[in-house]
Write a protein that binds this ligand. Structure first.
Ligand SMILES: *Cc1c(COP(=O)(O)O)cnc(C)c1O
Length: 385
């Protein structure tokens, strides 16, 4: 049997490789603390779990769901956008529920990219933007995100190659934890309009922000409805990574193209999960302040430890990560290996997020406080400065 080239040529998924190495060490009896993966350690809010339990017991949820999601879920997403961002969406034409936002992030490539087309992807960035473009037969082209430009693309200098059809942004950012404001989004919208690009914004972390910072939606930028699609998810906001729910909102034509593709690939989201999503978006949001405080405290533990060790990190304003330069010109894989060997701590090597991620590692804030303190204590000893 021959496996298709598009699969054979894929690099191993970063976290799959990490998982393998963690399992190896654990099997050898090492107490490993993984700060490698961004998967919230705290539980889904109780009322959301109860909504799922009730819905799962209702036989009406046991049949094939609608391709376009429950109308009540689409309305709940639109309602949340109106309350949270002041953005009015048509729940019938501008909202599409997804089986986790990663599903839509990958599939939108197949709706917008033909073989030979080019997709502009942030470097460093979430690996799915690039691999999905590749799987669709298109060419991903990196644009570098550097500290000098606040990890935002330098749009005045960014050359747009022939065949470019879409561009990805992600704020607050995985892995750099950078944030953007509406002015920057407005410039990106104008850039996309000028070059006839679909502007895809991954908004997974808008609710995980610190020090009073409030993250905008790209749909708050004037003109965004003409060019932009925004991907959202309850995964990080409501600690629902395992539930597989997400949404795309924005340009109606893009929503239509993505939903047409999806009707041929999947059969929708378990209705009980959709009802739980409605409970999450429409119910009490009071877990959020506490959750932000928890992550902010953990962020301070990481930034505080690294800065005591000689780093010069500015505390990030969003996401569940701290982006840390490697010491003494070490490679990102080399420094990650050193921390695994000497401290039993897993961090994500920045190179896995693109060439410009080299020279950095990503530390995730999604382990309980005592384990994070333990991990940082071990790192302090291992790095020993
Ligand atoms: C966690 C994350 C998501 C959310 O993915 P889901 O499929 O909705 O769980 C999306 N984008 C980025 C960059 C992420 O880190």
């Amino acid at each position: 049997m021959r496996v298709a080239r598009r699969v054979e040529s894929l690099p191993p998924y970063l976290f799959a490789e990490l998982d393998r190495r963690i399992a190896e060490r654990r099997a050898a009896g090492v107490d490993i603390i993984s700060l490698g993966v961004g998967d919230p350690d705290r539980p889904t809010p109780g009322h959301v779990v109860r909504a799922l339990q009730e819905a799962a017991a209702d036989p009406a949820t046991h049949r094939y769901p609608s391709y376009y999601g429950l109308p009540d879920l689409r309305r709940a997403i639109a309602g949340w956008y109106a309350r949270r961002f002041g953005v009015e969406l048509d729940p019938d034409t501008e909202v599409l529920p997804l089986i986790g936002s990663k599903e839509g992030i990958a599939h939108v490539a197949f709706a917008f990219l033909d073989p030979g087309d080019v997709c502009l992807v942030p470097d460093p960035g979430y690996p799915v933007y690039e691999t999905a473009a590749r799987l669709a037969g298109a060419t991903p082209e990196h644009f570098p995100l550097t500290e000098e430009t606040g990890f935002f693309p330098d749009l005045d200098r960014l050359a747009v190659p022939d065949g470019a059809r879409m561009m990805w942004l992600n704020y607050p950012t995985n892995p750099t934890a950078a944030v953007a404001d509406v002015d920057r989004f407005e410039r990106a919208v104008a850039f996309a309009a000028e070059h006839d690009l679909l502007l895809a914004h991954d908004a997974a972390y808008t609710e995980i922000t610190f020090d009073g910072y409030v993250a905008p939606s790209i749909l708050q930028a004037p003109g965004s409805r003409e060019v932009a699609l925004e991907f959202g998810s309850p995964s990080k906001t409501y600690n629902m990574t395992g539930w597989r729910l997400g949404w795309a909102v924005g340009n109606a034509g893009a929503i239509r193209a993505l939903s047409t593709l999806k009707t041929n690939l999947d059969s929708g989201i378990f209705d009980a999960v959709q009802r739980a999503g409605i409970a999450a978006l429409s119910g009490p949001q009071d877990h959020l302040d506490e959750q932000r405080a928890v992550y902010q405290k953990r962020r301070d533990v990481v930034v505080g430890t690294m800065n005591r060790l000689g780093w010069d990190l500015v505390p990030p304003l969003g996401s569940i990560y701290v982006w840390v330069p490697t010491p003494d010109g070490q490679s990102s894989a080399g420094f990650a290996d050193l921390l695994l060997d000497r401290a039993g701590v897993v961090v994500a090597p920045g190179r896995g997020y693109g060439p410009s991620g080299e020279g950095h590692v990503r530390i995730s804030l999604t382990v309980p406080d005592d384990r994070l303190e333990e991990a940082m204590g071990r790192i302090a000893e291992a790095v020993g400065r």
